[in-house]
Design a protein around this ligand. Structure first.
Ligand code: HEM
Ligand code: HEM
Length: 157
């Protein structure tokens, strides 16, 4: 296996776009949640529904993607790279899988269950995910432009 399968590449970019959407369009649900905490009734807002729907889709696709990963495997990490960067990339990758599952669950517990601690966890985890994705993008671009190896290409079509 020299690169990720087509299916894995589609999963990667689809989930990446969906997570980006969640970060860009979160104002509506943050405002609605704040209003419900104050006991104000909120009218239907398609952006709120979209946050819930896309978030649940991220959960389903992340679990599905992980099961495909277990069956298909992953291309081996280049031998020329250090053990430290390998470990760092694994921590970031597994971290995004874990948060792709826990973020929607905490969001659901806050929105449908009214659990305040879950809303706080959702905020903390979104910050961790943001940091992991920033590191991940930095690493990917470093491999592409500085190291000029095939790491980026193997997650491309
Ligand atoms: C991977 C999936 C998700 C991501 C990346 C995500 C991301 C975010 C972000 C960035 C915020 C703004 C937090 C802030 O103001 O600091 C937010 C707020 C919120 N999200 Fe999500 N979300 C996801 C899934 C969900 C799901 C599935 C639900 C509900 C079923 C949900 C419910 C909420 C609620 C209720 C808030 C307002 C909570 C608050 O502001 O403390 N989220 N989300
Ligand atoms: C929310 C956004 C993203 C998430 C959650 C994410 C998550 C992941 C995960 C979990 C893997 C490992 C796949 C596996 O081994 O099972 C991966 C690999 C990869 N990602 Fe991302 N990614 C995101 C955005 C990006 C972006 C924007 C880029 C490019 C700038 C990128 C470039 C790559 C590359 C090149 C690999 C392959 C690494 C390798 O071959 O070792 N990712 N990503």
């Amino acid at each position: 296996m020299t690169k990720y399968s087509k299916k894995q590449v589609v999963f990667h970019w689809l989930i990446a776009m969906m997570i980006a959407t969640q970060f860009i369009f979160h104002d509506a649900i943050s405002d609605a949640y704040e209003a419900t905490l104050r006991g104000i009734e909120v009218a239907f807002n398609p952006l709120v529904a979209a946050h819930v729907f896309v978030g649940i889709a991220v959960l389903v696709l992340t679990v599905w993607r992980f099961s495909v990963r277990q069956k298909t495997g992953v291309p081996p990490y280049p031998e020329a790279e250090s053990k430290v960067t390998k470990l760092a990339s694994e921590i970031v990758h597994y971290g995004t899988y874990v948060l792709g599952i826990l973020l929607p669950i905490s969001g659901g517990a806050a929105w449908f269950g009214g659990v305040k601690a879950a809303a706080e966890a959702h905020e903390v985890m979104k910050a961790i995910l943001m940091a992991l994705v920033a590191l991940h993008i930095g690493g990917a671009l470093f491999h592409l432009f500085a190291k000029k190896n095939n790491i980026f290409k193997r997650m491309w079509f």
